[in-house]
Design a protein around this ligand. Structure first.
Ligand code: PLP
Length: 387
């Protein structure tokens, strides 16, 4: 069999037609298509306000800014996340406090959150940022209760978590703001892009202004509408984070297919889980009813193997299975390690999961034949190095 890719976007004729329609419309950047995408996404997840942005990274920066994250403040998150969860706060001059993940779920441990907040005597932490790893939703009830107790905001890094649904609603609508990613490998894509959701009107107003240069009013139609006026004011030093209509057109078609994509990913997950559950050198990913199953995180029980996770992954790559690793914790990254003097010993659960996890190929149109080939290759590799 040919090389198995890690991720392949599912783009059909619907997306192609939508892009051509916008390209021929004469208006390429943010406009009607993006407003429609925001509205449809808000309806899907049940959020009062949604703001389309050019990446989840920009979305996090806007959400942090709305929470008052500035110099001399901090966010509290885990080291087990992508760099931009933290960098978005650094761009605002703020700092990061890290709490370890739970042993099994990859998600932030509410007990560790409380420890950090109770030790924060200078009250610098202004927001907790739970990251729903692979779409597995964090313990949001507990986190929201702690946030209330310490009077801090909750910004969900929901980059992986569309459409993760809990009894209290969709992930991304459970805190003060939530940020989704539409990066090329995500559960739905616009190539690059993201969406912020919030039920807080003043947050939405602030984010709308800061999303476009700090301009005091929506001015998308200033070149086209009869009522358009060239007049506007700049009231703060905002950024340029809008999502163009060409990309929103792709997003609208992807949104229509989101539940179908979920079903197809779930089928592959079921095949993986069923096969891997028979081997003591493998540990299945954490399960959750609200899991969007963005990624399949397979853990190796390395005490039953003569090779490390890194060596196991290299063998899979040599056999033509493209794998990834979510995530290299921040305490292994030069920038964060040096800035905060971080050590793996301070985050034993993050370190343990990091040393044992591989992310396997997963995308909606992955056939049963390809899935079975991945399964066979993983099991064969484990058996070859079993102790
Ligand atoms: C957990 C997490 N947060 C944030 C991001 C940033 O997303 P984007 O690439 O849309 O900026 C990513 C990207 O992969 C991510 O995995």
């Amino acid at each position: 069999m040919d090389k198995v890719n890690f991720s392949v976007a599912s783009i059909g004729k619907e997306e192609e037609d939508a892009v051509i329609r916008v390209l021929r419309s004469g208006w390429l950047t943010t406009g009607k298509e993006t407003f429609a995408f925001e509205k449809e996404f808000a309806e899907k997840i049940g959020a009062a306000h949604t703001l389309a942005v050019n990446s989840a990274t920009s979305g996090l920066m806007l959400a942090y800014d709305a929470c008052g994250i500035r110099e001399n403040t901090k966010i509290l998150t885990t080291p087990y996340t992508f760099a931009s969860t933290a960098l978005a706060a650094r761009h605002l001059g703020a700092h990061i406090e890290y709490a370890d993940i739970e042993k099994d779920s990859y998600n932030i441990d509410p007990e560790k959150i409380e420890e950090k907040l109770s030790a924060d005597t200078k009250k610098q932490i202004k927001a907790i940022v739970p990251v729903h790893i692979a779409g597995n939703v964090c313990k949001m009830d507990e986190i929201n209760t702690i946030a209330k107790k310490y009077n801090v905001y909750v910004v969900e890094d929901a980059a992986h978590a569309f459409p993760s649904k809990t009894n209290n609603g969709y992930a991304g609508t459970l805190g003060d703001a939530g940020v989704f990613s539409f990066y090329a490998t995500k559960t739905i894509t616009t190539a690059e892009g993201g969406m912020i959701a919030t039920n807080n009107e003043s947050f939405a107003k602030r984010m709308q202004i800061m999303r476009l240069h700090g301009i005091d009013r929506p001015v998308w139609d200033r070149y086209s509408s009869d009522k358009a006026s060239w007049e506007y004011d700049v009231v703060d030093s905002g950024w340029k984070c809008n999502l163009p209509d060409v990309l929103s057109a792709i997003g609208r078609e992807q949104l229509k297919k989101a539940d179908l994509f979920y079903k197809k990913r779930k089928h592959i997950i079921n095949m993986y889980n069923k096969s891997y559950s028979n081997y003591d050198f493998l540990q299945l990913p954490p399960n959750s009813c609200g899991n969007a199953w963005h990624l399949y995180l397979l853990r190796l029980n390395t005490n039953h193997l003569s090779i490390t996770r890194k060596e196991f992954g290299n063998i899979l790559q040599k056999k033509g299975i493209c794998i990834s690793m979510h995530f290299i914790p921040h305490f292994h990254m030069t920038y964060f390690k040096n800035l905060y003097n971080l050590s793996p010993a301070d985050f034993p659960n993050s370190e343990d999961n990091f040393q044992r996890t591989l992310t396997l190929p997963l995308w909606p149109d992955m056939t049963e034949e390809i899935t079975q080939h991945v399964i066979d290759t993983v099991i064969e590799t484990g058996k070859d190095h079993y102790v």
